[in-house]
Design a protein around this ligand. Sequence first.
Ligand code: SF4
Ligand code: SF4
Length: 148
Amino acid sequence: MSKKPWYAPRGLRFACRPGCAHCCRGEPGVVYVTRSERRRMAGHLGLEEDEFRRRHCRRVGLNRWSLRERVDGDCVFLDPHSGRCGVYQVRPSQCRSYPFWPSILADQGSWEGEKLNCPGIGRGRLFTPGEIRRLSRSADGATDDEGW
Ligand code: SF4
Ligand code: SF4
């Protein structure tokens, strides 16, 4: 039987603050995109997958890809004026699942510490342990690239 996570049974509160965009800005700027995510994003933008990868992605290591950043480290899809994501409906799992990443959920100290990076942590909607588990698993999947 698996051990209960530290946030069970209550769950954790989180609500993204409109216009914040802190997690889309600056270093380290690695936003992994899997092949299926690249396909979906390319389709959304009316591009072929190759063209999407050339324009908007950079290789990380041997066979993983990240969205490109601008010179200031902001994600290429962040609108610097509105602070909105230009591909919100099709954004990668890494973005969808934040802040419910395994590394941040590792223990209460990590979760509390992440508040320095994200003002939405600890506020707003209560996510159940089941919802958190599903989001956390999808974050894991975001780093399993299927190749080119
Ligand atoms: S840092 Fe948190 S509150 Fe700010 S945009 Fe990212 S998820 Fe939302
Ligand atoms: S894809 Fe959208 S949500 Fe993800 S880092 Fe870029 S601007 Fe932010």
